[in-house]
Design a protein. Structure first.
Length: 298
């Protein structure tokens, strides 16, 4: 009998569908990619600004190409490449080759250049909830507090935020790594685009910098959100995961910071406790604002 396809209505259902979304073989294939020193790997914990940085890098290397179905078509996701049929060794539209990854430093392919983007973990939680609602679980079936407490803080397929950050923190001053905060990318978009061009080795003129900056603005990306919604993955993996073929979602939802005020006081306190116990001992920063201030001066 064919399994009925449906979105989850509880956390156990989310885990069940996620367990079938991507295979261990595909993850291993991506981790084993033999990188070239000019390759760019945009490495993030999910919902920290990955799509924004994919758009910036692709805009810089093509001076504004938008002739793609979805951003992952031109800046592939390494860990999913085998599952979705992407040849990560093929030539890309432009130089340098660029990829995204949600892997820790221990897992990610070595020998490339890395752009690591962080975001306030409380805002990450809100973004995660909205991204999963309507794809992995039915709208209205879970409160945001339940989702964050029982799913996100237990660790996703990308692990936990604190573990991910701790694995990458030692790279912040290395010449092959540029570490940025999502809030500062959006606040200082044009300067960040110019700095990114220099880091990835693109001698972009003023017109190219202006185009890449304009196309990374929230309004532009929101107007083109079908190109930033993971629909190729949905088409190839939803049914295999027990999900309906047609689900909704976008990686370009609000483009704002500070949305975590909708979380309960109990959850906000728990995030602070996790920071104090798991992130402060490694980074020496008592909170995200302090860490962000350091990275502005790296």
């Amino acid at each position: 009998m064919t399994e009925a396809l449906s979105m989850a209505t509880d956390v156990a259902g989310i885990h069940d569908r996620l367990s079938r979304m991507f295979t261990a073989a595909s993850r291993k294939h991506g981790n084993n990619y033999q990188a070239h020193p000019s390759d760019i790997i945009i490495a993030t914990y999910p919902k920290c600004g990955t799509t924004l940085m994919q758009q910036i890098v692709h805009g810089l290397r093509t001076c504004g190409d938008m002739d793609f179905g979805e951003i992952t078509d031109v800046v592939p996701w390494l860990e999913t490449s085998l599952d979705v049929g992407t040849d990560i060794y093929a030539e890309q539209k432009a130089w340098p080759k660029a990829f995204k990854s949600h892997q820790t430093w221990e897992e990610v392919p070595k020998g490339a250049k890395y752009i690591y983007v962080l975001r306030d973990p409380k805002d990450v939680a809100v973004s995660f909830f909205h991204f999963f609602e309507g794809w992995f679980f039915a709208r209205g079936s879970l409160t945001i507090d339940t989702f964050v407490r029982d799913f996100l803080l237990g660790g996703t397929r990308s692990g936990g935020y604190a573990d991910h950050l701790r694995s990458w923190w030692h790279k912040r001053n290395d010449a092959d790594t540029k570490m940025l905060c999502f809030e500062d990318i959006t606040k200082n978009l044009a300067p960040t685009v110019a700095q990114t061009a220099e880091f990835i080795g693109i001698d972009a003129d003023a017109d190219c910098l202006a185009i890449a900056s304009a196309q990374a603005e929230f309004a532009f990306m929101h107007a083109h959100q079908h190109q930033f919604d993971d629909h190729p993955i949905r088409l190839k993996r939803n049914v295999l995961s027990g999900l309906p073929l047609e689900t909704q979602g976008s990686k370009v939802r609000a483009g704002k910071s500070g949305s975590h005020s909708i979380l309960s006081a109990e959850l906000l306190e728990r995030f602070d406790r996790i920071w104090a116990e798991e992130i402060y001992p490694i980074t020496g920063h008592a909170d995200y604002a302090s860490l962000r201030s350091e990275l502005l001066h790296v």
